[in-house]
Design a protein around this ligand. Sequence first.
Ligand code: C2E
Ligand code: MG
Ligand code: MG
Length: 245
Amino acid sequence: QNELLVYYQPVHDLKTCRLIGVEALVRWEHPQRGLVSPAQFIPIAERTGLIAQIDAWVMRQACEQMCQWLRAGVALSFVAVNVSSRLFAGRELYQQVAQVLRETGLDPACLELEVTESAVMEDPEVALEQMHRLRELGVQLAIDDFGTGYSSLLRLKRLPVQKLKIDQGFVAGLPCDEDDAAIVRVIIALAQSMGMQVQAEGIEQVEQAAFLLEHGGHLGQGYWFGRPVPAMLLDWARTPVISPR
Ligand code: C2E
Ligand code: MG
Ligand code: MG
């Protein structure tokens, strides 16, 4: 019923503070309930099977929007979309991604697919095969909510993944909580040693950004940089200053 919307949250380079990418996040604008969060309806869509159509729609919107931005001369490196574990396990995902890329003409290197760590570790062998096929299309792969899903490090090493996204649960405790600080440092070191980028989510305070920058974190997103907003409200010029702690 045309009630879904795609919001975009900026992702910033921690060193230059420049906006370099966006994550597409779906919203449901319900006529009575107002804006419904995906945390509420995605699990239901997963149970009922509607998730495949939702994710396909979001991916298409995001790719079309990215093409528009690039045509308009916006210096943006990637648009990231979330892929449900339901889709990730199936065969259709590859077809779907290939079709959207073909029809929109988007450079595959500009599309990043986010899969949660738990979806990957649910069936690591299937995940490995799926990821290799997707990589053949030229898209980027990221592991979302990293640190929450019991990764086997041996398996992680073999995955053709370009980015780890540190779960916001760990970022929330920075810089004071010693456990969170230790975990975040370890994830950054792990990503670096495996040649992956590392992106922290849920950065709400400048102290968190400063900690991440200090410890070699590469990318960040969170309310401190900018909330998810409709495409037309993104502020391309915003380069907030991360003052040292
Ligand atoms: P996610 O992919 O880990 O996305 C990050 C979530 O954290 C988003 O919630 C975002 O709005 C929120 N967030 C960003 N910065 C901050 C911050 O500084 N503080 C706090 N407290 N939260 C922050 P959102 O948009 O409600 O999405 C929730 C989850 O729903 C996503 O988690 C993702 O797993 C799922 N999701 C969203 N859109 C889609 C979609 O199109 N397809 C699928 N399959 N899942 C989606
Ligand atoms: Mg995500
Ligand atoms: Mg996440």
